[in-house]
Design a protein around this ligand. Sequence first.
Ligand SMILES: [Zn+2]
Ligand SMILES: [Zn+2]
Length: 168
Amino acid sequence: MSTNVKAFGTEAADADLQPMNIDRRDVTPQDVEIEILYCGVCHSDLHTARNDWGGSKYPSVPGHEIVGRVTKVGSEVTKFKAGDLAAVGCMVDSCKTCDNCKQDLEQFCLNGFTGTYNGKDKHSGGHTFGGYSEKIVVDQHFVLRVPENLDLAAVAPILCAGITTWSP
Ligand SMILES: [Zn+2]
Ligand SMILES: [Zn+2]
């Protein structure tokens, strides 16, 4: 089962971004559903929309600097409840069983992590859609907590541009 939500995406490398509808899965026991309030615009979004790196899948819905409010959680979710602020960066899944995942280095998952967009979606069998959309459903392991006292519009870019600067 899934929910149809509004999104902004592109149907081809040379097409403008336009309103479209995409499906978001219903929460599985480990999932968090987030109403997206802000999503930063990363240059990777543009590269993917334009297929600058090759391998872009269409329709492409970019966006991996996501902040919003939790609307629903799965039965086994312990980190979040409805109403919490939450954020999602550039990854939404990984194998969780390889040596790197076990060391919390999911970005080096030996079986390949799942990108927030243009990744292989294990649930749908298609590709993942990013944060230029009303809602997203993500495994709780890849959802981050956000304090209530922050300016949410300013939080969004931390999820990719910010961590990129901090990490080195
Ligand atoms: Zn980015
Ligand atoms: Zn792994």
